[in-house]
Design a protein around this ligand. Structure first.
Ligand SMILES: C[S@@+](CC[C@H](N)C(=O)[O-])C[C@H]1O[C@@H](n2cnc3c(N)ncnc32)[C@H](O)[C@@H]1O
Length: 413
């Protein structure tokens, strides 16, 4: 059983919740709002337990992490996010669900094998991938928001006392430091999700973020979230596989991206484009999925694990650190840092935490689908989401891959 002292979502707790939930199912009426209330109640219990653990002075957690409490979403915000995501998923059309499930086909492909891409998707495969990415992320961002990963990334393992969300905040602080973000700086965020990282960067440093994303659904949420907080960050719908980017030369003082590069068809061209849009002296930060030297594609066990993990994390390409470094250097950047940002090079403790959370959520959802409180498509979605978490943990533990590889580079003055 995975149980973290500051993360009370252990199995026993989950089982107890499930039993309570099953009893509750008998009482829940079949109106959509009551369905939501039932699940939100569950989430509230989990969050309240987490908050109680966090507030325990014996744990000394807030001081130790040094995080500004304002950076963390308040509990009421978390409920709102959870409820909004749940409602959105509840109201999905059958077409949206089918498109989401069909989009997984791209994760069995690899940019490196163009022949295979053309055979599977046709000669206009780049456009087809773009359509799949929109169908996938338009649903996935809401699924992730049911858990601690509204920012759709498992962060580097920075501090074992911290939750997944806190590890994200700690890492984002490191990015800001590494690229020297200061008040008034203009910074580009590629694959910006729902604009939550951008909001954190702006409030922490006073920089102004421009986020781009292929998915209009996330861009709309990013705009609303940032406007609600009085932030002047801006968000643009843009496919980063469609170059050039709509920005003038040297229009940014810095750049960062978090776990979006595997969806880039042509890294050398993208990096040249980044070189064009940042000013001389600018620093850039990349955090991404890579395969590590121990990974051997000709080893059947490795290959089988890879075929399970790529769809789970939604990766098309799998670069190596060397490939990233070379493409950056060829574009003109100087690499100043290239390392696994996770403590001890292992992200597994955080992956396990997310996996355990979503498997508990799955049990609750399956129970509610069974008694027809929730529509059938919840089962389809949560089963797909929860597939192969152990394979991800295994690959990370075997040091075959990581999603926490960090490269920082500079454009020479
Ligand atoms: C795995 S998530 C990374 C987490 C994200 N940085 C965040 O803050 O939530 C990948 C992000 O890249 C976006 N994305 C994927 N393919 C893209 C593309 N071709 N062009 C622009 N954005 C893309 C997705 O919509 C998603 O928001």
């Amino acid at each position: 059983m995975l149980r973290h002292p500051h993360d009370p979502i252990g199995f026993e707790h989950q089982q107890q919740q499930l039993q309570e939930q099953q009893q509750q199912q008998q009482r829940v009426s079949d109106s959509s709002d009551n369905d939501l209330d039932g699940v939100v109640d569950e989430k509230r219990k989990v969050a309240a337990a987490a908050a109680a653990a966090a507030a325990d002075p014996a744990l000394g957690r807030q001081d130790g992490l040094g995080l500004d409490p304002l950076d963390k979403s308040s509990l009421s915000n978390r409920f709102k996010t959870f409820r909004g995501a749940f409602k959105y998923l509840h109201d999905l059309t059958p077409q949206q669900v089918d498109d989401f499930m069909a989009s997984y086909k791209i994760y069995n492909l690899d940019w490196a094998d163009e022949q295979q891409m053309v055979a599977a998707l046709g000669p206009d495969y780049r456009q087809k991938v773009g359509e799949c990415l929109k169908a996938y992320y338009g649903v996935m961002n809401h699924l992730c928001a049911l858990g601690d990963v509204e920012k759709m990334y498992i962060p580097p393992f920075m501090d074992k006392r911290a939750t997944v969300l806190e590890n994200q905040l700690l890492y984002e602080r490191e990015i800001a430091r590494a690229i020297g973000l200061a008040k008034g700086d203009r910074v580009l965020d590629l694959g910006c999700g729902r604009g939550r990282v951008a909001a954190h960067m702006a409030t922490a440093t006073g920089a102004r973020v421009t986020g781009i994303n292929i998915d209009p659904n996330q861009i709309a949420q990013a705009r609303e979230f940032n406007a609600d907080r009085g932030l002047s960050n801006e968000f643009v719908v843009q496919d980063f596989n469609s170059l050039p980017l709509p920005f003038a030369d040297e229009s940014f003082d810095a750049f960062y991206q978090i776990q979006a590069l595997s969806l880039c068809k042509d890294l050398p061209s993208l990096f040249k484009e980044l070189y064009r849009v940042v000013r001389p002296g600018a620093k850039i930060s990349l955090l991404d999925w890579v395969s590590l030297p121990a990974y051997d594609a000709s080893n059947p066990e490795h290959a089988e694990l890879m075929s399970r993990v790529k769809p789970l994390i939604g990766a098309v390409g799998t670069p190596t650190p060397q490939l990233l470094e070379k493409a950056l250097e060829d574009a003109g950047f100087v690499v100043v840092r290239s390392e696994n940002a996770s403590q001890g090079g292992l992200q597994a403790p955080l992956i396990e935490r997310v996996d355990v959370y979503f498997r508990a959520m799955r049990q609750i959802i399956l129970g509610l689908v069974k008694v027809r409180v929730l529509p059938q498509h919840f089962k389809t979605l949560i089963n797909r989401l929860c597939l192969d978490g152990e394979a991800f943990v295994k690959m990370d533990t075997m040091r075959l891959i990581t999603t926490s590889y960090w490269v920082v580079a500079a454009k020479p003055e």
